[in-house]
Design a protein around this ligand. Sequence first.
Ligand code: BG6
Ligand code: MG
Length: 219
Amino acid sequence: MNTKGFIFDLDGVIVDTAKYHYFAWKKLAESIGISFTEEDNEHLKGVSRIKSLEKILEWGNIQLSKEKFQELITAKNEDYLGFVESMKEDEILADVPRVLAYLKSHQQFLALGSASKNARSILKKVALINDFKVIVDGNDVTKAKPNPEVFLKAAEGLQVPPKDCVVFEDSLAGIQAANTAGMISIGIGDATILKEADHVFSDFTEISNEFLYQLISEL
Ligand code: BG6
Ligand code: MG
């Protein structure tokens, strides 16, 4: 049996937190007079906290002092943490536990590759922190997705060559990062947005054990 590296994004892939990032960014944007739609939010998925605020300010053509920037970003994170505070295992997305269990029972290596600085605390809340052999999050990287740093570090931690790694991602930036890293990219979400991915599924319920087996077997 081959051993491959399976690297999972967190927000919007493992847990249903992408919506909380959206609510918090929308509140922030509207507080400074910038309208913010779900379509705008697509451009922030997978993007680091700082880069996200820079983008929102650019869209609204607004310049802020360093202090105000910091104040807003702190407030956004507090709002976000307010949403995730009471998160329980029921916010793990459908069939994620089945996929993790299948891969582990077939001796595959699992890693988390997330832009979030809150990744470890969220994984603890939903009791998945011990499922990943390697965790690379927003505290461990200097270059945000679409830069491949986060996935390359995860592959290095797993000691699996990038070409033998598979990435599950809900963001276009993440799919681009996986492709640049030379990994197999699997989009979770809307195929029109994630069209650069090697495969796209609307969620994990659509990913069969047979498909996972095929990924493991392909050299
Ligand atoms: C990504 C999310 O996983 O993490 C982004 O898709 C978020 O929406 C980014 O901005 C950074 O997360 P955090 O929790 O450090 O603000
Ligand atoms: Mg995501």
